[in-house]
Design a protein around this ligand. Structure first.
Ligand SMILES: Cc1cc2nc3c(=O)[nH]c(=O)nc-3n(C[C@H](O)[C@H](O)[C@H](O)COP(=O)(O)OP(=O)(O)OC[C@H]3O[C@@H](n4cnc5c(N)ncnc54)[C@H](O)[C@@H]3O)c2cc1C
Length: 308
């Protein structure tokens, strides 16, 4: 079977494209590791248009239900699969490789989003889920009444600190430069007596026994390591686009994001489109990922009609 299109990603981008593809009666294969995408972990999403407030897991459930309502002759859904590579087989056919299978498609739409950047210091991997965590809204409550550190000085770091201050004994924000978050948020959080911040510091190690007991850092320009006793380390140091599987196929920018034409979402390879957080688009939000993916699908549909 050669599909008209293969869509990769179960976040807002991929699901929006999947719905449009099925409605246009393109023979579509939809592949995703998981449903919902990054905001799956959010407690409360308040800007998904048409819905004043809903949790990330509810949003994921709605995505799945909506797309599955089109399952059948035109739409084949494979969840739990991870795409490891895409190859150009002929001028008109691409091969999508997953752990289990190989699928063939005339066109591809990549909406693989991004993942959290990992802290790469001794102890960080060893203590992941044993005190080192990448999601304050998911794991914060486990650290009630304890001292914790947040690493990262952007809005995500500040938001995590704000959430944790509701139940942790103390929250120390450690940033490698000055805090970069919005001034209003920073002022509000700094006024909390349980909040401390350490700027211009590099994390050098996470220490512990079975669980985390401390974080070690060095102030820039000093070579004296300082150990801060904490039971939790919340890491918010940015995102990395999920593009490794196409790094040798389409053009990526210096941050490994897929370069697209913003009018059509076409990539550097004819027959491949990309949308959402895996692209070099300037802004990354649920509504933008969905809108860009719809734009991509509309262009992909015209291309399919002209070329095949
Ligand atoms: C904590 C947090 C809270 C947020 N809150 C909001 C908010 O309130 N409002 C808002 O508008 N935006 C919010 N955002 C941003 C928003 O979540 C993203 O902009 C949006 O999810 C991007 O959608 P996407 O479809 O491009 O990719 P993603 O949501 O990242 O989805 C990518 C999908 O692709 C799948 N995938 C990835 N690689 C592969 C592969 N190789 N094989 C198979 N499947 C793969 C993943 O499993 C996932 O389903 C938040 C982000 C975070 C991290």
């Amino acid at each position: 079977m050669i599909y008209d299109t293969i869509i990769i990603g179960g976040g807002p981008g991929g699901v929006a494209a999947g719905i449009y593809a099925a409605r246009k009666r393109l023979r579509t294969l939809f592949i995703t590791k998981e449903w919902g995408g990054q905001s799956n972990v959010s407690e409360n999403i308040q800007n998904w248009i048409g819905t004043p407030s809903l949790s990330g897991s509810d949003l994921a459930q709605r995505f799945k239900e909506h797309l599955e309502s089109y399952k059948g002759e035109w739409l084949d859904i494979r969840e739990g699969l991870w795409v490891s590579a895409i190859h150009k087989k002929t001028d008109d056919i691409f091969e999508v490789v997953t752990g289990k299978d190989v699928f063939l498609g005339k066109t591809i739409l990549i909406a693989a989003g991004s993942s959290r950047r990992k802290l790469e210091v001794p102890g960080a991997a060893q203590f992941e889920n044993k005190g080192v965590t990448y999601c304050a809204s998911c794991d914060g409550l486990l650290f009630s009444g304890l001292d914790v550190a947040v690493v990262g000085g952007g809005n995500a770091g500040m938001e995590s600190a704000a959430q944790l201050l509701a139940y942790c004994k103390s929250v120390t924000l450690i940033t490698h430069g000055p805090i970069r978050a919005d001034a209003v948020t920073v002022e509000r959080i700094k006024a909390n007596p349980h909040f401390h911040n350490i700027e211009n510091a590099d994390i050098t190690e996470i220490t512990g026994n079975n669980l985390v007991t401390g974080i070690t850092y060095q102030i820039k320009g000093s070579d004296t390591p300082i150990q801060l006793p904490v039971r939790g380390v919340f890491v918010e140091i940015g995102l990395v686009p999920n593009t490794t599987f196409v790094k040798d196929l389409v053009t990526l920018d210096t941050f490994n994001r897929i370069v697209v034409d913003p009018r059509t979402q076409r990539t550097s390879v004819a027959g491949i489109w990309a949308a959402g957080d895996c692209t070099d688009g300037l802004f990354h939000q649920n509504n933008i990922a969905a809108g860009d993916a719809v734009k991509a699908l509309e262009d992909l549909y015209l291309y399919t009609k002209l070329h095949h």
